[in-house]
Design a protein around this ligand. Structure first.
Ligand code: ATP
Ligand code: MG
Length: 286
């Protein structure tokens, strides 16, 4: 049985590190260019694999020149690809990223052609945790329901407001959203945390980039914020995805909710010091 099956998107990231922001139609030499695997579920799986948890990725990828690279990325992080399905004729999701080395901001343009695989059959092995990024919503809802019946921990990285999020949230035990999601709800971070906790009863947190992470503290029954340590960030690509992987690695090794959030903050912050969601992963021990 797997420790964790990550369900959702795997992408290709082509990241150029630039000093400041270029002008339109300018030609500029990058500090460095890195090609890395990406996607919220894909990168979270790689982090879990790196920390020695038995991990699988369930994702639909395209059939093009990037396919072997994506597979190899998982293999290198000890992530099982038995549930990775190639969609015939589809292109892989490729993100072009400009990372501003002065503040770490990442600007992303991306596309994927014909990458709709949810109708293809796919094997979902048993796992003690299921982690969803919301990109395969119908399938995720079905798997979450089955997982809960078997006593699995269900986790949802809710990066933005997507149709079906409420149905998946209702089947989720750990819900960690981005601040973008709370803005889309039209609520402040504390108000969103209280409303979500009240409605769904799960463990809940919201990541707020360089500001830190806020969560509903079950002990005090209040919203608390854990400020983020300052880092000389050069690239925040994948920081959120890394945060989720590190959080689950700690939680699945038995750490408490707050302690797991603190560990994830350090891993994600250190990642921002280097280029690439996976290539930038720090060597920190769990
Ligand atoms: N500039 C930064 N400096 C230090 N840590 C950061 C920075 N940006 C992100 N982090 C770390 O990464 C975590 C997740 O970041 P963020 O809230 O931006 O995720 P996100 O909105 O899901 O983004 P994405 O999924 O696109 O990476 C933060 O809680 C923090 O620990
Ligand atoms: Mg995210």
């Amino acid at each position: 049985m797997l420790d964790c099956l990550c369900v959702g998107l795997s992408t290709m990231d082509v990241i150029a590190s630039v000093d400041g922001w270029p002008r339109e139609d300018e030609k500029r030499r990058a500090r460095a260019v890195v090609v890395d695997g990406g996607g919220p579920a894909g990168t979270a799986a790689c982090v879990l694999g790196k920390y020695g948890l038995k991990t699988g990725i369930l994702s639909f990828i395209g059939q093009d020149e990037w396919t072997p690279f994506i597979r190899e990325g998982f293999r290198r992080h000890d992530v099982s690809t038995k549930s990775l399905r190639v969609v015939p004729g589809a292109s892989n999701a490729v993100s072009m990223v400009l990372a501003n080395a002065r503040n770490g901001s990442r600007t992303i343009v991306w596309n994927a052609r014909g990458l709709r695989g949810e109708s293809l059959p796919v094997r979902a092995p048993r796992a003690r945790c299921l982690h969803f990024d919301g990109h395969l919503m119908e399938l995720s809802i079905r798997l979450a329901r089955e997982g809960l019946r078997r006593g699995a921990l269900t986790s949802f990285d809710c990066g933005s407001l997507k149709p079906g999020w409420e149905a998946l949230a209702a089947l989720t035990r750990v819900f960690i959203a981005s601040s973008r999601f709370t803005r889309q709800l039209g609520l402040s971070v504390p108000a969103a945390l209280l409303a979500l906790r009240e409605r769904f009863g799960f463990s809940v947190a919201v990541t707020e980039g360089a500001r830190g992470v806020s969560f509903f503290d079950e002990k005090s029954r209040r919203v608390r914020r854990l400020p983020q340590r300052r880092f000389a960030s050069v690239d925040t690509t994948g920081c959120g995805d890394v945060f989720h992987g590190a959080f689950l690695a700690a939680a699945l090794r038995g750490r408490a909710f707050e302690e797991s959030l603190r560990f994830a903050q350090e891993v994600a912050g250190e990642k921002s010091l280097r280029l690439g969601g996976r290539k930038g992963l720090p060597e920190r021990r769990l």
